[in-house]
Design a protein around this ligand. Structure first.
Ligand SMILES: *Cc1c(COP(=O)(O)O)cnc(C)c1O
Length: 487
C-alpha cells in the first residue's frame, strides 16, 4: 500500500509533455529524433513511478526527470563498440580488441570498406579471382611455406585442419597440451566438433617420444602439437619437439608403405597449433621468445596455424601454412567458405604482412611489436610526460602522482613467463578513491580509460598508451572524476 507521502509524490510526477518542454530535453530534440526522445522521457517517468511504488521517496521535479531522460537518451545513442584507452599494461588485451592495427593497415581497410574492390577479381586475367590470393604470397615469403590460407581466427583454423585431416581418424596429442585458451577455446572440444578421435598420451608434466610411438596405429592421421600459450609447466617436465614428431611420422609412413598401403592412402601429418605465431623472433625476450612459424616449418611440421591478432599484430584472423597439396584441400573444404575473411580484414592483414618484408619497419609501425620491444627507458620518458599532462589538468591537492617501475604483460596467451619492465603513473588519492575513479574512467567516459588497481592506488601504464591524444584523454577523465567528487 502506498503511503500518503508516496501518493503525494505520484500525484506530482510531471507529465511527459511537460518534461519535453524542459530546456535539457529541448536541447536533445535538436540532435535526436522526436519519437526517440518521447520514448526515453516516458521510460524515465515510468522508472520514477516504479521507484516511488517501491517505497522510495524520490525527487520528482521536472528538472530531475529531464536529467534522467537525457542520461538515458545519451546512453542509447552512444555506440556500444567504441575506442578505449588501454593503460592496463597488457599489450595483446583480448577484452580490449587484442592488437591495434598499424596505420597502413587501417588505411588499407578503409580504402576497401567504402567502395568496390578486387576481392575476388583477378585484374591480370580479367576474370574471377580468389580472395585467398591476396595474402598467400606474402605469408609464404615470410614463413618459407609453400602455401597458406587465412580464415576467421585461429580457433577456426584449428577446427578446419582437424576436420579435414583427422575427421573420422585419430589425432595424437600430449596430455600436457590439452589446454584451454581464454574465451572457451578447449582443444578436446574442438577435436570433438571436428569428429577427430583424440588419443591422449603421456602425463600432464611429462610426455616422451615412446608415448607417441605406442599410440601410433593404422587409424592415426595426425600428431598434434599445441602451444601451451597462457600456461607453462615448470620443474620436472618433458615434452616432445617437432623434430622428434617428424621422425616418428616419417617412420610410421614408411612402415605403412612397406606394408603395402594403397597408393594415395593418407599419411600421418605433423600439425602444430602455434597460437601466437611470431613471424619474427623477438630476441629481446631471450629464452622466452616464442618460436617463430618459420622455425617450426623447418623443423618438419606439415601444417602450422596461428592467430593474426596476437604477436603478429594484425587483424583477427587464423592463418594456416604448409605444403600446397594440404592447403589446396583446406581451400576446397566447405568450412573455408563458412569461415572466410571479409574484405576489410584481408586488406588489413595484407598491409600488416607487407610491413614484415622490412623487419625494421614492422618493429616501428606495428603497434603490438613496438609496445613489446620499446626499451623501458623510453617508456619511463612517456610515463613522465603522462604524469605531467595529468598534473596540469588536476586541481591542487586531490592526488599524488608518481612515476613507478612496474611489470607489463604481453597478453593474448603469449610470453606468459615474461615480466616486461615498464613505467606507470601511480595515482594516490587524497580525495575520492581508486575504485570510484576506476569506475568513473570506465563507465562514464565516451572513451573509457582502463588502468589497473594496486592497493589503494590507480596505475596507468605508459607502455600501452598510444600517444599524446590518449594522454589528454586520461587527463580529462581524471579531471572530470575529481570535479565530481568535489573538494
Ligand atoms: C589463442 C590461441 C588459439 C585461438 O586463437 P584465436 O585467434 O583467438 O581464435 C588457439 N590455439 C592456441 C594455442 C592459442 O594460443
Amino acid at each position: 500500500m502506498p503511503t500518503e507521502a508516496s501518493r503525494e509524490l505520484l500525484r506530482s510526477l510531471p507529465q511527459v509533455e511537460e518534461v519535453l518542454r524542459a530546456p535539457r530535453v529541448e536541447a536533445l530534440l535538436a540532435d535526436l529524433p522526436r519519437p526517440f526522445v518521447v520514448e526515453t522521457v516516458r521510460n524515465a517517468v515510468d522508472a520514477l513511478r516504479r521507484r516511488i511504488l517501491d517505497g522510495e521517496l524520490c525527487d520528482v521535479s521536472e528538472a530531475r526527470v529531464a536529467e534522467d531522460a537525457a542520461v538515458r537518451a545519451l546512453a542509447l545513442t552512444r555506440p556500444s563498440l567504441r575506442r578505449v584507452v588501454n593503460a592496463s599494461g597488457v599489450i595483446v588485451h583480448t577484452n580490449l580488441g587484442r592488437s591495434p592495427l598499424a596505420p597502413t593497415a587501417v588505411k588499407a581497410a578503409l580504402d576497401v570498406a567504402g567502395g568496390y574492390s578486387t576481392l575476388e577479381y583477378d585484374t591480370d586475367r580479367m576474370a574471377r579471382g580468389s580472395r585467398h590470393a591476396h595474402c598467400e604470397r606474402l605469408i609464404c615469403a615470410l614463413t618459407g611455406a609453400e602455401a597458406a590460407i587465412a580464415v576467421n581466427n585461429n580457433a577456426a583454423a584449428v577446427m578446419m585442419v582437424l576436420s579435414e585431416f583427422a575427421g573420422g581418424h585419430e589425432a595424437v596429442v600430449s596430455r600436457g597440451e590439452l589446454v584451454e585458451i581464454g574465451g572457451s577455446f578447449r582443444i578436446p572440444d574442438i577435436m570433438a566438433l571436428s569428429r577427430a578421435a583424440m588419443v591422449e598420451v603421456g602425463t600432464t608434466n611429462k610426455t616422451h617420444e615412446a608415448d607417441y610411438e605406442r599410440a601410433l596405429g593404422p587409424n592415426t592421421a595426425m600428431l598434434l602439437k599445441v602451444h601451451p600459450s597462457n600456461y607453462r609447466l615448470i620443474g620436472f617436465t618433458e615434452s616432445v619437439g617437432v623434430r622428434e614428431l617428424r621422425a616418428l611420422a616419417d617412420a610410421e609412413n614408411a612402415r605403412r608403405k612397406a606394408a603395402g598401403a594403397p597408393a594415395g592412402a593418407p599419411d600421418v601429418l605433423v600439425y602444430e597449433d602455434q597460437g601466437s605465431g611470431a613471424l619474427m623472433r623477438l630476441d629481446a625476450f631471450g629464452a622466452y621468445a616464442e618460436p617463430a612459424v618459420a622455425e617450426s616449418l623447418r623443423a618438419g611440421c606439415d601444417l602450422i596455424s596461428f592467430s593474426g591478432d596476437k604477436l603478429l599484430g594484425g587483424p583477427q584472423a587464423g592463418i594456416v601454412v604448409g605444403a600446397k597439396r594440404h592447403i589446396d584441400r583446406l581451400k576446397a573444404n566447405p568450412l573455408a567458405r563458412a569461415l572466410r575473411l571479409d574484405k576489410m580484414t584481408l586488406a588489413a592483414l595484407e598491409a600488416t604482412l607487407r610491413l614484415y618484408l622490412e623487419p625494421e619497419r614492422a618493429l616501428a609501425e606495428i603497434p603490438t611489436l613496438r609496445m613489446l620491444a620499446e626499451p623501458a627507458e623510453d617508456v619511463r620518458v612517456r610515463a613522465e610526460k603522462l604524469r605531467d599532462t595529468v598534473a596540469a589538468a588536476l586541481p591542487a591537492g586531490c592526488a599524488k602522482l608518481d612515476v613507478v617501475e612496474e611489470v607489463a604483460r604481453a597478453g593474448g596467451g603469449a610470453l606468459p613467463m615474461c615480466d616486461i619492465p615498464t613505467f606507470c603513473v601511480r595515482v594516490a588519492f587524497s580525495r575520492g578513491d581508486a575504485l570510484g575513479c576506476e569506475r568513473h574512467l570506465v563507465s562514464e567516459r565516451a572513451v573509457p580509460v582502463v588502468g589497473r588497481l594496486k592497493k589503494d592506488a590507480l596505475l596507468l601504464d605508459a607502455r600501452t598508451v598510444l600517444g599524446e591524444d590518449e594522454m589528454d584523454e586520461i587527463a580529462a577523465g581524471l579531471a572530470e572524476y575529481f570535479a565530481e567528487v568535489g573538494a
